[in-house]
Design a protein around this ligand. Structure first.
Ligand SMILES: Cc1cc2nc3c(=O)[nH]c(=O)nc-3n(C[C@H](O)[C@H](O)[C@H](O)COP(=O)(O)O)c2cc1C
Length: 195
């Protein structure tokens, strides 16, 4: 058994890629951080290069920076709890997948979008930022806001920004961010011992 790697944020049982070992989803963000044009584009570029079934690329993304009308519109669709912390983030991406094409279900549409979200999250970590995925929003309102077709399903919003644990973050959120992070053990995830 390899010694516990406690150098990273996440207590991994063996070392893993640093960006994965550090990744987390805080809710405390600083409203003074701005996302540059190139950083914003790099998040979408990371989505673009995620793998998909038959290279079908069923995902679509809207990305809005804080202070824009679209950002404000997205915040309006959020569930109450998410509205308490998300307005401070630098940008919010809306991840949409195409569930149906020509009357046929698009295979693996949600699976592929999940990978796109993971790619975006890791690119955010590469920028020194954190991405926080959230499903707590009104799907019908989001579809209307983005002018989506019936076949396009908004799956998650992904908040991106710089973590803050200062007074600008409500105490409840700071407390929540400070809680120990937990995971099932590797043995619990494995269906059978690694062969
Ligand atoms: C599909 C999905 C939906 C989520 N919805 C919300 C949400 O609405 N609000 C929220 O604060 N966090 C939400 N989360 C974040 C999870 O709670 C978080 O990823 C999980 O607790 C693990 O924490 P970590 O990302 O820091 O490892 C969501 C995550 C995923 C993947």
């Amino acid at each position: 058994m390899t010694a516990l790697d406690t150098t990273a944020r996440n207590a991994t049982s063996v070392p893993i890629a640093p960006l994965l070992a550090e990744r987390w989803s805080p809710r405390g963000f600083t409203a003074s951080h701005e996302l540059s044009d190139e950083e914003a584009r790099s998040l979408v570029e990371a989505v673009r290069w995620s793998p998909s079934f038959m290279n079908d690329q069923p995902w679509r993304v809207a990305l809005a920076r804080r202070g824009t009308a679209l950002f404000g519109g997205i915040v309006q669709t959020l569930a109450g709890f998410n509205q308490t912390w998300m307005p401070a983030v630098s940008a919010i991406a809306v991840l949409v997948t195409e569930t149906e094409r020509d009357g046929e279900a698009v295979p693996y549409a949600e699976y592929d979008a999940g990978q796109a979200a993971a790619h975006l999250s890791i690119q955010a970590a590469h920028l020194g930022l954190w991405a926080h995925q959230a499903a707590g929003f009104d799907q019908a309102e989001m579809s209307e806001l983005l002018g989506l077709s019936a076949a396009q399903k908004p799956l998650t919003v992904i908040a991106i920004g710089e973590h803050a644990d200062t007074d600008e973050v409500p105490e409840k959120i700071r407390e929540r961010d400070a809680r120990p992070r937990e995971r099932r053990s590797v043995d619990e995830i494995l269906l059978a011992p690694i062969a």
